[in-house]
Design a protein around this ligand. Sequence first.
Ligand code: JCE
Length: 221
Amino acid sequence: MKIDVVTLFPELFETPLRTSLLGKAVASGVVDVGVHDLREHGLGKHRSVDDEPYGGGAGMVMRPEPIFDAVEVLKEPDSHVVLLSARGHRLDHARVEQLSQHRHVILICGRYEGVDERVAEHLVDDEISIGDYVLAGGEVAALVVIEAVTRMIPGVLGNPSSLETESHSRGLLEHPHYTRPAEFRGWKVPDVLLSGDHAEVERWRHEHAKEVTRRRRPDLG
Ligand code: JCE
């Protein structure tokens, strides 16, 4: 899979793409992430990428020409072009899975108050938000998309069965996890988890996953 990112802040991607699971996936080549500086397509001597909003108001808006130019260099016939924005479709497990089916995804990261609407209308296939809050720009949202999508690629996780059994694939939150020591500051690990009875352990985990989901996220039940 290939993911290209168009951004005014390419350096924001350096450490996350070199670290942990994502770093290993990139180093092994199962995902190829290209980060492209939008400033290279800026206009005029000052390589300008923004301007005042038509109709007036506070803040600046990103001009369409640098974004169209940057994306048109990268775009292939089967590319899926995604704009990160606070007013996009909310990212969830189903949308991560759907994104992971594309051979080539292009992520456009805006800044300022957002991008000229002609980008959303005529360049972009999908507009995605990672949640109902406002970030300073699309870069951190793009990293969330890259990490979530990369985990879905076969071979990225050590144990492939962990994908199907984990939270949000099953529509439930995770059950509690414990490791050693069996007693810590007087707090004991539930006996059933030490019992060796795998059927009883599974029953306990499923009951607790349902309970934590009912309490915290009744909308998922
Ligand atoms: C962004 C901004 C809207 C004023 C480009 C925010 C995504 N889930 C998300 N939260 N926030 C974003 C996001 C993505 C791209 C941009 N802003 C800031 N957005 C109104 C300011 C600009």
